[in-house]
Design a protein around this ligand. Structure first.
Ligand code: ZN
Length: 147
């Protein structure tokens, strides 16, 4: 099995059985995301302990790439602090927009998104969950400062 098959299998698996799927009832913040180019919609919920994401869940309807990307993202960011999450997103974005970039080992299963770079029209499907997560994190910061 070559790397491309492995990546495709990871995407298909996370689309069929998305991890951390379903509303988080005691979330500190949430945000809705919409990718009009494809019709993907999702909601991301976060629970925070200081700067650390202690819990993250998502729900939505979209194409296989948007669902798999959100599922992989929730697994990758859970337990991480927000600065690490920002760095992770920058690495994912580079992977998605540079077809010949080799995934960094620190990306773990997120490396499966490398195949998306061959389909520029689908990059927004894969980044939607990250933009939505960022929106939720910004909202939680607002909530803290206005208290
Ligand atoms: Zn899509």
């Amino acid at each position: 099995m070559d790397l491309k098959d492995l990546y495709r299998d990871v995407i298909l698996d996370h689309n069929r059985q998305p991890r951390n799927f379903g509303a988080l009832t005691d979330a500190d913040a949430h945000a809705d995301g919409h990718n009009p180019l494809c019709g993907d919609r999702l909601t991301v919920w976060v629970q925070l302990q200081g700067e650390r994401i202690s819990e993250v869940r998502f729900e939505g309807k979209g194409c296989a790439i948007s669902t798999a990307s959100a599922s992989l993202m929730t697994e990758a960011v859970k337990g991480k602090d927000t600065a690490t999450v920002r760095r992770l997103y920058e690495q994912v974005h580079t992977l998605l927009t540079h077809p010949n970039s080799a995934p960094d080992a620190s990306l773990g299963k997120l490396a499966a998104l490398a195949g998306v770079s061959e389909f520029p029209a689908r990059v927004k499907c894969a980044t939607l969950c990250w933009h939505t997560l960022n929106a939720a994190l910004e909202r939680s910061a607002d909530a803290v400062t206005t208290e």
